[in-house]
Write a protein that binds this ligand. Structure first.
Ligand code: HEM
Length: 102
């Protein structure tokens, strides 16, 4: 999140890092519905650490940044899950066809 914030004007620089995280998330089967809880915990941790410095404005800005990044991850991860589903379905169809023909 910090790297994202510090590179906010140069998101292209982050593309490789994003792809790497997406790859790790897909490998561990992270799902879209897990993002809100992690976001909530992140903001709570920031409030705990920053205390008075965590004004509503600061927290709202981090919340927006998290949501934008989460949306990007969710989209990229969903695209890979769909490709995997498609590949699996095609393999099953091929296997079924082959066994029907034999
Ligand atoms: C915008 C939100 C998120 C960010 C910025 C983020 C960032 C990261 C990063 C930097 C890594 C380390 C990648 C590596 O170098 O191996 C990672 C791994 C991981 N993340 Fe996330 N993450 C996010 C959301 C989530 C959510 C919602 C979950 C669900 C509980 C999650 C679960 C994991 C797990 C289990 C790993 C370890 C995967 C492995 O075994 O290598 N992350 N994440």
């Amino acid at each position: 999140m910090y790297a994202y914030a510090t590179h906010i004007d140069r998101l292209d620089d982050l593309a490789a890092a994003v792809d790497h995280i997406v790859y790790r998330h897909v490998a561990t089967r992270i799902l879209p519905e897990q993002y809100p809880l992690i976001g909530e915990k992140l903001l709570q941790a920031m409030k705990d650490v920053l205390q008075d410095a965590a004004t509503d404005e600061v927290i709202a800005a981090w919340g927006e940044a998290y949501d934008a990044l989460a949306t990007l991850f969710i989209q990229k991860e969903q695209a890979i899950y769909q490709q995997e589903d498609q590949a699996l379905t095609e393999r099953l169809v091929r296997t079924n066809n082959a066994s029907l023909l034999s």
